[in-house]
Ligand binder design. Structure first.
Ligand code: ADP
Ligand code: MG
Length: 700
């Protein structure tokens, strides 16, 4: 049970005075909590992005672009959006004695803008401007005040990330109401650390962050800011270690086998294992044979050959008398794994079956009966494997592919389907070391860094989008010489209507040119249609597949040797790398064309250069991390995996190491979190939503 002292923070925001249903909905949009109401705590964790520092005054001529400044302006004229053109901005022209500036408002009521900026009057306007064709433009000023309000206003005011309909000032007011609910919590951090780092209490940290006194309080590395990051990292490390402790505690089963089945599998393969594959297989076998549970992450770049390593592990547990499950995030992947495994499995006498959400009725029943009776050795499937009626006779090994789309909860759920199930997690996202610790601190790691021999380098080129016609001709030549082509369009989110239209339009264009050999695949298609599109491409029925990044993970069509990626600048490097890994799988020379919009900054260039020069996923991931941050590397922004609010794992490496050590020490001294400090730490786990780990304490 959650400690009662936390209740005021875990009540819905709508319990704050002034926040009714309408504002509640806006706050929900702003704070975007996953599958629950927006809470008081969510708002307290919504930190100001910047601040208005009214001491920073300037004339227009002297001011720098992109610096938050307060200007004293005279309003000259209004140019409202034309009737019925809601997407056009409302512009207001203002001046001071040194120059002029255009204030720009999107989707805002003209009447409101006109009353806050009456023509001929003086207003104090705070915000930062950009230069657009040599003219100053300020989009949505942070603050507009008349003389009187300006005289009364505090010199420093936090500015919150806002959403349409909620201004920073409304948010600031609600935050103050939320702060008044903040209880003083028992301290969970080590007193020595508190003294050394000069950390304020948790509550004081939040108060300070929301009531900045100097610009550094928001933009700088203050003790308050660091502590919040530290607390978050400590919570996550503690949770990971608790999961690990729990999994290890349920004593494992020594799954011993003579190795005969593995030998048969090796003999059936048309190639030899690489050194890295052999090492990984050996590490896994050792785990399986010791009476401790395996919790291992198998990391390997796209095409590194993880599947066969997984099969060796399966062969081992099957010979030892157990079943194995292989879980994938999508149906397409499940099917593909099934189809790769099936012929090999048949040849060595293993039974493999596929279970997806689409299996229903009698055939599903029969399959489940076979599974429960132990007549199936390996079950491949999606989330469908979690369902209650899926019962294994003797599940010994759970393999989870593309882990980062599943969380700790799922790891636990699948491993509960048997006794002391060994868990192998496979990920094709080469994850930098720091992030492995952040997200997979509960696991041992095996890495496939080498690729199987004989891979050709993918010829990667950057081409400006305005040369689309040439690209289409290159595609025509590739199709004429019997190659298959992926054409990838960006989709920021699968719900983005604009992007979706772009994909459909591209499909229509290419279909006009190339006819029925063009296929379309995106996330909003029904699962059956998605599979069909992929199936048709895999079988060669379609030869040009226009797709969004739904094909990113794992899908294998060896004859596809050309990939066009539109708006490459909108993808993360790791994602580009994953996509590109879909080609270069067969013997033909492969080509990847990165189409980007003309211009683009230095970062965009640097990114494309990295892609052209390297095919080392680990290197690319490290670079990605430097350039964009962890959310993109792990794809968490899309997948909704609990990310970090305060900590930046790529920047806070040292804090992470300290948190890791601290968490270890805590659990050695107080494994059930029962001492006063342990009790305080339970608060911490709740605050950062790592409380699933607390339930483990009770279960264990
Ligand atoms: P991934 O790590 O992306 O899952 P796969 O397991 O799908 O990679 O392997 C990619 C391809 O490489 C497959 O076609 C597989 O048969 C082949 N392969 C795997 N290991 C080797 C090897 N040691 N030598 C040659 N080819 C291999
Ligand atoms: Mg794979």
């Amino acid at each position: 049970m959650r400690p009662v002292i936390l209740n005021p923070l875990f009540t819905p925001l709508t319990t704050l005075s002034g926040v009714g249903a309408r504002l509640g909905a806006l706050y929900h949009k702003l704070l975007a909590p996953v599958e629950r109401d927006a809470l008081v705590l969510d708002l307290l964790f919504h930190l100001p992005a910047t601040m208005v520092d009214r001491r920073l005054r300037s004339t227009l001529a002297d001011a720098e672009p992109d610096v938050l400044t307060t200007f004293k302006l005279r309003v000259l004229s209004h140019r409202p959006a034309p009737q019925g053109r809601r997407n056009m901005p409302h512009k207001v022209i203002c001046e001071d004695e040194t120059g002029d500036i255009e204030l720009v408002f999107f989707k805002s009521a003209a009447a409101r803008i006109e009353s806050s900026l009456p023509v001929g009057e003086i207003r104090y306007v705070s915000g930062s401007f950009t230069l657009y064709d040599g003219h100053r433009q300020m989009v949505h000023p942070d603050r507009i005040m008349d003389e009187e309000a300006f005289a009364r206003a505090p010199l420093i005011e936090p500015v919150y990330p806002q959403t349409y309909g909620l201004t920073s000032r409304m948010i600031a007011r609600t935050v103050q109401a939320a702060l008044s609910r903040l209880p003083d919590l028992p301290e969970w951090n080590d007193p020595a650390l508190m003294a050394r780092a000069k950390y304020p209490s948790f509550s004081d940290c939040l108060r300070q962050m929301h009531n900045p006194q100097r610009p550094e309080d928001i933009t700088g590395i203050t003790a308050a800011r660091m502590r919040l990051a530290y607390d978050e990292l400590l919570a996550s490390q503690l949770a990971l270690l608790l999961v690990r402790a729990q999994m290890k505690k349920a004593a494992g089963i020594a799954r011993t086998a003579s190795g005969a089945l593995e030998a048969r599998l090796l003999a059936a393969l048309p190639y030899q294992l690489t050194q890295d594959q052999q090492t990984a297989v050996k590490e896994i076998k050792t785990d399986l044979e010791t009476p401790e549970r395996m919790l291992r992450l198998l990391q390997g770049d796209v095409g590194a050959g993880k599947t066969v390593v997984a099969m060796m592990a399966m062969a081992h547990v099957i010979e030892a008398g157990f079943q194995a499950a292989l879980m994938t995030p999508t149906e397409i992947l499940a099917r593909q794994h099934f189809e790769t495994l099936k012929p090999l499995a048949d040849s060595i006498g293993i039974t493999v079956q596929l279970l997806t959400g689409r299996d229903k009725g009698a055939s599903r029943k029969a399959l489940l009966a076979d599974l429960a009776a132990g007549r199936i050795d390996v079950l491949v499937g999606t989330h469908a494997l979690f369902q209650d009626d899926v019962v294994f006779a003797r599940l010994g090994l759970a393999i989870i592919d593309e882990q980062h789309r599943f969380g700790v909860h799922q790891r636990l759920a699948l491993s509960r389907k048997g006794e002391a199930v060994d868990v192998l997690v496979m990920t094709a996202t080469p994850i930098p070391r720091t992030l492995v610790l952040t997200y997979f601190g509960d696991m041992d790691v095996s890495v496939l860094r080498q690729k199987p021999p004989g891979r050709q380098k993918i010829d990667t080129r950057a081409i400006s989008l305005d040369r689309l016609a040439e690209v289409t001709e290159a595609v025509a030549r590739a199709l004429a010489s019997d190659r298959q082509v992926y054409w990838i369009c960006p989709l920021v989110s699968e719900n983005d209507e604009l992007d979706l239209t772009a994909v459909e339009e591209r499909f229509a264009d290419l279909a006009t040119r190339f006819g029925a050999q063009v296929g379309l695949l995106h996330g909003q298609l029904k699962p059956a249609l998605k599979d069909e599109a992929m199936q048709q491409f895999a079988s060669g029925q379609t030869r040009l597949l226009v797709a969004t990044s739904v094909i990113e993970v794992g899908v294998d069509v060896p004859n596809a040797s050309v990939m066009v990626i539109e708006h490459a600048e909108r993808f993360g490097l790791s994602q580009l790398h994953q996509l590109r890994g879909r080609i270069g799988r067969g013997s033909a020379q492969s080509t990847c064309l990165l189409l980007h919009k003309r211009g683009g900054g230095e970062t965009a260039k640097a990114r494309i250069d990295i892609m052209r020069q390297s095919e080392d996923g680990f290197l690319i991931a490290e670079e990605d991390l430097k350039l964009r941050g962890e959310g993109d590397v792990l794809g968490t922004r899309q997948s909704g995996m609990p990310g970090f609010k305060f900590a930046l794992p790529e920047k806070h490496g040292e804090l992470l190491a300290t948190a890791r050590d601290d968490a270890k020490l805590i659990l050695i001294k107080d494994p059930a979190l029962e001492t006063p400090r342990g009790q305080a730490l339970r608060h911490l786990l709740y605050l950062f939503e790592r409380d699933a780990a607390i339930k483990l304490l009770r279960a264990g």
